[in-house]
Write a protein that binds this ligand. Sequence first.
Ligand SMILES: C[S@@+](CC[C@H](N)C(=O)[O-])C[C@H]1O[C@@H](n2cnc3c(N)ncnc32)[C@H](O)[C@@H]1O
Length: 351
Amino acid sequence: MSNRFSAREISDFCLYLNREYGLSFPTARYSFVENRVEPILRDFGCSTLSDIVSKAKKDLQLRIELLNCLTTNETWFFRHPEHFKILREHILPTLLESSRQTGDNRLRIWSAGCSIGAELYSILFSILDALPDAQKLNIQLTGSDISSDAIERARSAIYGTNELKLLSEKMLARYFSKHSHNNWQVLPEYRKYCSFELLNLLDSWPARSYNIIFCRNTMIYFDESNKEKMARRFFKVLEPGGFYVTSANEMLKAGAKQDFTQVFVENEIVYRKVQQSTELQLVRFKTPTDLLRALNLLKNNGFFFQLEKIQQEHSLAPRRAIYLHKKESAKVEELFALNSIKVASSRLIVK
Ligand SMILES: C[S@@+](CC[C@H](N)C(=O)[O-])C[C@H]1O[C@@H](n2cnc3c(N)ncnc32)[C@H](O)[C@@H]1O
């Protein structure tokens, strides 16, 4: 280790990195940190590491550069191919079956710690290969990372041979165009499915929910308490029945695991948010006016209901249906009939 900083200074700095960003550097990696922050000291006129800490509070650019130089963004397409096989052969069929039951055609997937995007595009290609009628689904793929350099590269969708090493010739031909010597770019018609955003996982998250979350090789350096916190937060933003895929070195420990059900498949473990099953009645209406009148009636009479987006049966049909508690549904449907509210269909769903 160099003598540029005292042991105390560097360990305090690493404590800061861990607290603010979840980045964890054991003593053996102190010289890595020193080498990486040298240019930051120079470029931002700091003489000590604590200068960096106090400047970083106010200086966004400094924070950005710090994270860009300290994060390890190594990734490649279809890294750990077993997870993509599980996605194609187990997770997607399971989710599609429940979407057939509920009529909700959204498929929202998050690659948390996506680096330069290879993971998210691998997910997209797996979906498109597995589902010939994927365009009927409302697919929303989001990648997020703490490193702005990584996000910029993900948005550019340009990859070199090293990142493409596990990609088949067939996939390369279908999804990419040649960009420059040894570089290929994902075609625009596929890029449009994926959006990328800058996010520190330790900060607050956009209010969204997902059917699948991939968070792999990202929390390896988080301490146990942050890992557990993260797993609980992932659980909260997963839709009931949703899946959480993480790498073998990030498997959940006892505390976090109790929320999830472990699914053993292809000699791997993935996690699932299995909800207490509830019997609900999904009621669709003939027209938007019928739906509106039904909603007023339900509100005025204090019945439980949940509004759900559905695939429209035709252009004049309502875009939403409602869930009722099974035990109340007979009474409610009687009320609808008494008020001449026209129901298009009504069926039992176990959610
Ligand atoms: C090794 S890459 C993993 C990429 C991909 N998930 C994979 O498995 O190939 C780890 C990524 O996690 C990101 N990362 C580390 N700490 C993070 C944090 N607190 N919030 C968001 N991203 C973080 C890094 O910037 C890096 O791009």
